[in-house]
Design a protein. Structure first.
Lengths: 237, 237
DNA sequence: TAGCTCAGTTGGTTAGAGCAGCTGACTCTT
DNA sequence: AAGAGTCAGCTGCTCTAACCAACTGAGCTA
């Protein structure tokens, strides 16, 4: 009766006191008294809130209002995808398609509307990508930065965070599953093409560039991942 | 040292045993033995996993593998939005823009590609919406169903769930904040227009219809929500 | 046979004790 | 007097042990 309630009451406490991210929460004993619950129950509620990113706990230091990032969503998405994959579903492909669908839809609104500063930054990122490809280094982080910078032009922090979360979840799962990275040279060329298309203001071409980029990733996926132990749909029921 | 680990080990247990959603997990005493931890620690780990939707706990019955839905994401998004709003940010508007950006991007791929069966279903939903509007009933649920059915044509379960999650979070926050519902008649007309556009296969018109629909919601938002109690940014620091 | 009761299982809650990480003030050395 | 080491005190972390509450199913009763 109390547990579900405790979480709500702690959330309410945060809202009522207008606590911003990073602000300190009452200590466990204080919460016990304030909420009239035992230490254990308070801790379980805090653990749940921590899992949702609402609260941040630092051992020996205190409890604080969390960064409210989408990190927990990444966690959940990644696990869901791994679990689905290990049961023979094409969950990783679905995650990739989700990214493709959203990004193709968004990139067309960007075409010709990017501030010059962002375009320059993207140029630098692709340059770095080529440099990394040349010396055989991984370019995952740079790829992430490219996509993040690209959609920054939409001027919606939440939207950017969501896209980054999708990227993170996908990347995490792909590496966990031991997927092969794609050909660095091809990846570089495709990013360059995306950037050129956006700069030129040709929405259709930008969309096509994104689609091709994802098509490449998808191709790599199907050569390694879809080990089909029992791919039959409707395994049960 | 143990706590963060316990969650991982329980997740690993689920993966190793290929447990599907709804499958029973070991009882708390069994987990205590298997993980070599106290009941308390096990419970805290389970609570965190429950918050992430990975596990489902039923009092007096047992613990089960969760539905892996995006419900926790809704929770987190909603709280984040409410918290931001109460601190004077336009977080609710950002959430709406996120939906608009994604849906406008997606609806164009649907134009002309919807199976007739889905179109008929959408017809029925708009009919119901008009009937509800006529007798003054709320049409939130029908609106939700409309959007859900619309994007079912994309044949990506994950994508649909994400969009529904966004809808839920937005709707929850808007009602929590006491926002006024929009004019039912206008809403009906706009949904009819979206449907007609998709049926006709005119991608541009479909996009425009979606945009107009969201524009309507946004207008309603700005007349009621942005009560600015202390809208000054940088209230502290 | 239909319904009830009760014992057993499962998770929920409380209590109290001790462990572990961090901070800041105090003390001892240089 | 300045610096480094120590220690007391906060903080959250883990464990044990007991009891409460929800649900199930077997057995009893009508």
């Amino acid at each position: 009766m109390a547990a579900r309630d405790l979480q709500e009451r702690i959330k309410k406490l945060i809202l009522d006191r207008r606590l911003a991210s990073g602000a300190p929460l009452p200590t466990e004993p204080e919460l016990m008294e304030h909420l009239g619950a035992s230490r254990n129950s308070v801790r379980e509620a805090l653990k749940a809130l921590q899992a949702m990113g609402i609260v941040e706990i630092r051992h020996g230091f205190g409890t604080y209002v969390g960064p409210m990032s989408l990190a927990p969503m990444i966690e959940g998405l990644a696990f869901r995808t791994v679990a689905g994959h290990s049961r023979g579903e094409d969950s990783l492909l679905q995650l990739l398609e989700l990214r493709e669908a959203v990004e193709t839809g968004l990139v067309s609104r960007l075409a010709g509307r990017m501030p010059e500063a962002d375009l320059v930054e993207l140029d630098a990122l692709v340059d770095r990508m080529e440099e990394q490809a040349a010396r055989g280094a991984g370019l995952a982080e740079t790829d992430r930065a490219f996509h993040a910078t690209l959609y920054r032009g939409l001027d919606n922090v939440l939207l950017c965070e969501v896209l980054e979360a999708f990227w993170d979840a996908f990347h995490r799962v792909r590496t966990d599953l031991g997927g092969e990275p794609q050909d660095p040279k091809v990846t570089c060329r495709q990013h360059r093409e995306i950037l050129d298309a956006v700069r030129s203001g040709d929405a259709m071409r930008a969309e096509e560039a994104i689609r091709e980029h994802f098509g490449n990733i998808r191709a790599r996926l199907s050569t390694t991942a879809p080990q089909a132990p029992h791919t039959r749909h409707n395994e049960r029921v």
